[in-house]
Design a protein around this ligand. Structure first.
Ligand code: FNR
Length: 390
């Protein structure tokens, strides 16, 4: 069984030149309900569409005499050298995409020098990821628990497993309403509809993997000895304040990053409370519908934060030129969520490596064509947003 599987992987990897290819090949590998869980967004998916619309509206002004034969894509992330301005964003239930799950994503990130942020709703434990991706830049995404003792437990595990940083998500006081999940019965706990069960039945390989690898549990809560489904709404704190950032700082020796900001005031409050970095994000369009795109608010946030903290951005970044656009508009790095899940669906760990390779190659080519030898050279002179263009 494994041989044709690997051969299929090789064929799929060879066929994928860009994220559109990876996405197309990934779609066939998972049941429709899983595909919709990953690709779907909140309500009428206006935020989701706007994220791409804004990115597609970015225009470049290249320099012809840049003399860029070997562009240098390196930068600094959290004050340490990084080969790429790229971070793998936290995604819950990663093992639904592929049985290898979070460990494979973290390892692919480690080998490329790309930080990986493990979700509170991960399906692999904090300790396990720390072990299989030892030596990597592993971060832990915090959904603050109403019971702060549980959060302190997560922090202790992350510390023991050598994690570098915490990322506090602040845009999820309640879960966004993802209509496609609702209709698939793809909820927590799951209440699968006949249609969802049927499309799982036509994906026997995925079902066998799912059963053999026992993916449907929250590893973070399981570590606390609880293997049952938990109503996340009842355990996650819905009322987050800047004081909670300061509280995390008191209980964690490393940097604290704040994820899910869409305006200057929240960014300022976060940095005042001690955040080392902020992530401008609308959660890939999965929370509030009808938000502006993170890219549109990025320049103002970057200007307000200045040198006091790093600014990252995510939600919809699919190409190396998207990364160049973000850097030119003030981001230190771009985070990607769904793209690495597509890579994982397509070919497991090798698929995630492939996705990182694609972004790297595209960013290099973009920098060469832009005439910008280093990341620091990409700025407003080369990149303009729809709203700021003449
Ligand atoms: C997410 N995201 C997310 N964010 C977070 O802070 N905690 C989480 O548990 C999750 N879970 C999650 C699951 C899935 C399936 C997706 C697609 C996303 C949001 C994620 O970190 C990131 O903000 C977006 O995915 C970025 O947009 P793109 O790159 O997916 O377009």
């Amino acid at each position: 069984v494994r041989v044709p599987e690997r051969r299929g992987e090789a064929r799929r990897l060879a066929k994928s030149q860009a994220m559109v290819d990876v996405e197309r090949l990934a779609k066939r590998r998972v049941p429709r309900s899983v595909w919709e869980f990953v690709t779907g967004a909140a309500e009428y998916e206006v935020s989701l569409a706007e994220n791409r619309r804004e990115l597609d509206s970015v225009r470049f002004t290249p320099r012809a005499f840049g003399q860029v034969h070997k562009p240098d894509t390196s930068t600094e992330i959290l004050g340490r050298p990084a080969p790429l301005p790229l971070i793998l964003a936290p995604t819950g239930f990663t093992r639904l995409s592929h049985h290898e799950g979070e460990g494979s994503v973290a390892r692919a990130g480690r080998d490329a020098g790309v930080p990986y942020c493990l979700s509170t709703f991960a399906t692999t434990s904090i300790g396990e990821v720390g072990k299989v991706a030892a030596g990597g830049r592993n971060w832990f995404q915090v959904y603050l628990m109403r019971d702060r003792e549980i959060t302190l437990g997560h922090l202790a595990q992350a510390r023991d497993a050598g994690y570098e940083a915490l990322m506090l998500t602040v845009d999820t006081p309640v879960a966004g309403h993802r209509r496609r999940d609702f209709h698939n019965g793809f909820d927590v706990p799951p209440n699968l509809t006949a249609r969802a069960l049927l499309d799982m039945a036509v994906n026997p390989r995925w079902v066998v993997d799912l059963i053999t690898h026992d993916p449907l549990r929250f590893a973070t809560l399981t570590d606390a000895g609880d293997r049952r489904w938990t109503n996340t709404g009842a355990v996650v704190e819905s009322n987050i304040r800047p004081a909670d950032i300061a509280w995390l700082r008191e209980n964690w020796d490393g940097p604290v990053i704040v994820k899910g900001l869409m305006n200057v005031a929240d960014a300022r409050d976060s940095v005042d409370a001690g955040a080392a970095a902020v992530v401008v994000s609308n959660h890939g369009g999965r929370q509030l519908d009808r938000t502006r795109s993170p890219l549109a608010v990025l320049p103002a946030v970057a200007e307000a934060v200045g040198d006091r903290a790093e600014v990252y951005v995510d939600s919809g970044f699919r190409t190396g030129s998207d990364i160049a656009a973000a850097v030119g508009l003030g981001a230190r790095a771009v985070m990607i969520g769904r793209p690495y899940l597509f890579g994982l669906m397509m070919a497991g760990e090798r698929g995630v490596r492939k996705v990182i390779d694609i972004y790297r190659a595209e960013l290099r080519r973009t920098m060469t064509l832009l005439g910008t030898p280093t990341i620091g050279d990409i700025g407003p002179a080369q990149v303009s947003l729809r709203a700021t263009r003449d």
